[in-house]
Write a protein of this length. Structure first.
Length: 184
């Protein structure tokens, strides 16, 4: 653990404020769930909770199946990072933080089909992503109990490749299934 030099007092209701600098650095937003751990030394540890991270093995099965059936790179992300990926560049995405552009699209709760051939402008997936490498993308938010918990992406790097209506519907159906699984 790193020391920050910041000290906060607990108020009469047992609350403590996490400093803005730390929230910004760790991308903790108002309403985000945090897990609370204690250890035998009396330390209290707060960890950002990722519902999709809890089902990482299932997410891998979904991305592998999507890649095998559709032939596209498939990613499942929580609100902060890539949780699972399948297809070309699998290691390129592993546990990388999401781009601000992708975060904004996710917050808008809209499905995006972006085909370069049709004039669509691809979005960077991670902060250090090169958008010119993509020819097509489908991006679908994953909702659970009305809250955004992540997104599902289908990506293509093949020149001239377009995402079809079938690709969009498969992605939306898969995202809906994941969201419903998280509600149970």
């Amino acid at each position: 653990m790193r020391a920050t030099g910041i000290v906060r007092r607990i108020d009469e209701l047992g609350r403590v404020v996490i400093p803005k600098e730390i929230r910004r650095t760790l991308r903790i937003r108002e309403g985000d769930p945090l897990e609370i751990f204690t250890d035998h030394d009396g330390e209290v540890v707060l960890k950002k909770y990722s519902p999709i991270g809890e089902i990482a093995a299932i997410a891998r099965d979904y991305t592998d199946s999507l890649h095998r059936s559709l032939g596209h790179i498939a990613l499942i992300c929580d609100r902060d990072a890539v949780v699972s990926s399948a297809g070309a560049g699998k290691k390129e995405y592993a546990e990388k933080g999401l781009s601000q552009e992708l975060d904004r699209l996710m917050q808008a709760r809209q499905t995006a089909v972006l085909n370069v051939v049709s004039g669509g402008q691809p979005l960077p997936v991670t902060a250090d992503d090169r958008v010119e490498s993509y020819s097509a993308q489908v991006i679908v938010p994953i909702l659970s109990d009305g809250e955004i918990i992540g997104c599902l992406l289908l990506l293509s790097r093949d020149a001239g490749q377009e995402m079809t209506e079938i690709d969009r519907k498969v992605a939306e159906t898969t995202a809906a299934i994941i969201g419903r699984q998280m509600e149970q």
